[in-house]
Design a protein around this ligand. Structure first.
Ligand code: NI
Length: 176
């Protein structure tokens, strides 16, 4: 059974430490960690989570868009587990969009991201995957990839006027 992990909050050095590459075959405890990350993300209504957020300095994250109370408009896609990821190409086209983070609870910020990326990563079996991501999944991928480098969405914001508490965001932005 997966176990819910404690989530590191902004200010904790775990969020600012670059993650280490993961060896294959995957050690059993890393397989369990991935199951725990997915359970922890779902419990917190997240659409992604990175290992440093649960105090594991490993290059692993999950991208799992799904409608939930925090992201009602998300399109549902099966969770992608990305291990040792690398973004190979980034579209010149950028898009502004609202992001939250389980490590920065209660806040939303407007963040510019590349609209389209080409990424390479290993899945939980160690297979190498090259895949394109567009729009919201691309945004999540870039957000989670940043976590592996000790970067959070606040660092990517160009203007802190685009920062809002979730309640204000819901009233003014999400509901027009
Ligand atoms: Ni985050």
């Amino acid at each position: 059974m997966p176990v819910l992990r404690r989530i590191a909050l902004l200010g904790n050095p775990a969020l600012r430490t670059p993650a280490q590459a993961v060896p294959f075959p995957l050690p059993d405890e890393v397989g369990a960690l991935i199951d725990d990350m997915i359970a922890t993300m779902r419990e917190a209504d997240g659409v992604g989570i990175a290992a440093p957020q649960v105090y594991q300095s490993l290059a692993i994250f999950v991208v799992a868009p799904r409608p939930n109370p925090r992201y009602p408009d998300a399109v549902e896609e099966p969770p992608i587990v990305a291990i040792n990821p690398e973004i190979l190409e980034r579209s010149p086209e950028m898009e502004m969009g609202w992001e939250g983070c389980l490590s920065i609870p209660g806040l939303r910020g407007e963040v510019p991201r590349h609209r389209r990326i080409l990424a390479r990563y290993q899945d939980a079996d160690g297979a190498h995957v090259v895949r394109e991501f567009v729009d919201f999944p691309a945004r999540i991928f870039q957000h989670e990839d940043d976590h592996l480098r000790g970067v959070v969405f606040l660092d990517r914001m160009e203007n802190l006027r685009g920062l809002a508490f979730e309640g204000e965001y819901a009233r003014r932005v999400a509901n027009g």
